[in-house]
Design a protein around this ligand. Structure first.
Ligand SMILES: Nc1nc2c(c(=O)[nH]1)N[C@H]1C(S)=C(S)[C@@H](COP(=O)(O)O)O[C@H]1N2
Ligand SMILES: [Mo]
Length: 542
């Protein structure tokens, strides 16, 4: 028994301890400064590279388990299960690597530091590159993330090796008897376990607290009556500190209310008299209610979000798209008060113009952003934009989002809504799109002896965000544009590309990749039935 050097089992234990602390540190850093939370990135990546049937089996299993155990509402529980699996996956990786490193050190004599460095780089480098490629969770710069992840893993590897040498050193010291050696190892493991537990509890505790801080929440006081000014007249936009200036001629980042597109089935919008209006919520609910506008405004915590909405009829490069600040009450808060019956699966939303659409309760209850909206840019909704109430459904085209809502009825099955009955897509999820607004030849400038023309526009991909915008001039290479930080995760992104000027007739084309890494569809499709695709192209002689 004496003189056994630590091997697989001890390595697994130490690897597990240390990786737990590492996970907590990644979590804390993510909450503090927005570096990637590595386990989630890795999980997303694994989900994408694994073959379809394996994923389907995995999802089916989660669904079966959640349903069988009856542990709560499906999609949020499933998300939690996935997050646990993501962290578990990293834990297992740490355990396996710990075991391998200890076994290796037991068998092979290596220069001090080599094993730790190899283990750290061996795991850290691919993980950092994958995280960068997936780029789901980071707010920080790519190169910073890369350095941070690799460094963290290298330190982790070195800690592993240090632990091995401590244990091995203690046990091969020539003086003691076997029993002393055993106590030494046990005490050391307890110390390591205690230290990592402390880091984990502290790191994740602070991380949770920081995450509890709602990110840059905007409070909007409703301005009403004669001469009321929009919110944006006296408030800076949340990305005002972004150094990237839009190319001259790019549309405004926040669409002035007067310029916001309007689409509906009415020649004259229905005028709702606030005094006569109430929102009826009925159907499969325990307590049907009629809510006045005042009740909706004051009984529920108001939330404000920057929103880009587009019409499904918008052509590539068209102007049926706009961005403003929406304020309202979370639909799930309102639904909580009426008590949905278990048979209820969908909501039929009807409007003063007899327009109707059907929304799933799953979406309403699980997406905190879904709201009953009563203000745009701090002002009560304009009549033509849906006064007194409209709904916001992130990632869906306008046709899914009734204005002038009068009634919400909980129903037991999905039904076709107004435009679906007329042949349009039942889901109407927003397609990724990118648009050239300007080729600012008048703003040509010189730098290092070369001339540049600023080109700019917008890119939008529902609530998926935009990771890349690229420009092509004639048959040249696709070149990345610079991106402004968007107003929110659901708004369009302003991009800019300073083009090395050359005279003549040129063709400019733009394309984008969404935040999930999915490229904009380049095949040309008309708006009907599910939204236009294809690339925006401009011919210009300069
Ligand atoms: N009641 C009602 N709501 C409606 C519509 C409508 O015709 N009636 N049109 C929808 C469509 S197709 C779009 S694109 C958006 C447009 O909203 P906006 O006019 O405020 O931009 O409203 C949606 N909500
Ligand atoms: Mo629309």
């Amino acid at each position: 028994m004496a003189r056994t050097r630590p091997g697989l089992l001890t390595g697994a234990l130490v690897g597990g301890f240390l990786v737990t602390a590492l996970i907590a540190i990644f979590f804390l850093a993510a909450a503090l400064v927005g570096t990637p939370f590595v386990p989630f990135d890795m999980f997303d990546w694994v989900g994408r590279v694994l073959p379809g049937p394996v994923i389907t089996f995995g999802i089916d299993t989660i669904v079966t388990v959640i349903t069988a155990l009856n542990i709560g509402e499906l999609s949020s529980t499933a998300k939690l299960a996935e997050q646990i699996m993501a962290v578990g996956g990293m834990l297992v990786t740490g355990i396996v690597v710990g075991a391998v490193v200890f076994e290796l050190l037991k068998r092979v004599r290596l220069t001090p530091g080599a094993a730790g460095l190899i283990a750290g780089l061996g795991v850290g480098l691919p993980v950092a590159l994958i995280s960068q490629q997936v780029n789901r969770t980071a707010l920080t710069d790519d190169s910073l993330n890369l350095v941070w992840i690799v460094l963290a893993f290298v330190l982790w590897g070195l800690a592993l090796e240090w632990a091995f040498r401590r244990i091995a050193g203690a046990e091969t010291s020539p003086d003691g008897s076997g029993s002393v050696q055993q106590i030494d190892r046990r005490r050391f493991l307890i110390n390591v376990g205690g230290a990592t537990a402390a880091i984990t509890v502290l790191g994740s505790g602070i991380g949770v607290l920081l995450n509890g801080r709602k990110p840059q929440e905007i409070t909007v006081a409703l301005a009403e009556g004669e001469g009321a000014q929009p919110w944006s007249a006296s408030n800076a936009l949340p990305n005002a500190d972004d150094v990237l200036v839009a190319a001259p001629g790019t549309r405004p980042e926040l669409t002035p209310l007067a310029d916001h597109y309007r689409i509906d089935i009415n020649l004259v919008p229905p005028t709702v008299n606030e005094a006569d209006w109430a929102l009826k919520i009925d159907g499969l609910v325990d307590n049907p209610v009629d809510l006045t506008l005042d009740q909706i405004r004051s009984n529920y915590e108001p939330i404000s979000q920057f929103v880009t909405i587009a019409c499904i009829s918008n052509r590539v490069g068209g102007d049926l798209i706009g961005t403003t600040l929406w304020t309202g009450a979370r639909l799930k808060d309102v639904l909580a008060d009426v008590g949905l019956k278990p048979e209820a699966t969908h909501l039929r939303i009807t409007a003063a113009d007899d327009f109707d659409e059907i929304t799933s309760i799953d979406l309403a209850m699980n997406d905190d952003r879904v709201m009953l909206c009563y203000a745009w840019d701090g002002l009560p909704l304009e009549v033509k934009h849906g006064f007194p109430l409209r709904i916001y459904l992130p990632n869906h085209y306008g046709m899914k989002q009734p204005k002038w809502i009068t009634r919400i009825e909980a129903i037991p099955a999905w039904e076709e809504g107004y435009w679906v009955r007329r042949g349009w897509d039942k889901d109407a999820l927003m397609k990724s799109t990118s648009v050239i607004d300007t080729i600012a030849t008048e703003a040509i400038y010189e730098r290092d002896g070369a001339q540049f023309v600023p080109i700019g526009g917008i890119a939008h991909a529902g609530d998926r965000g935009i990771s890349t915008v690229e420009i092509k001039v004639d048959d040249g290479d696709w070149t990345p544009a610079l991106l402004r930080k968007p107003l929110s995760e659901t708004t369009w992104v302003i991009w800019r590309y300073d083009w090395p000027f050359s005279e003549g007739l040129h063709t400019f084309t733009v394309r984008c990749v969404d935040g999930d890494g999915v490229a904009q569809v380049e095949d040309v499709a008309p708006p009907r039935p599910s939204g236009a695709t294809g690339l925006d192209t401009i011919d210009r002689s300069v």
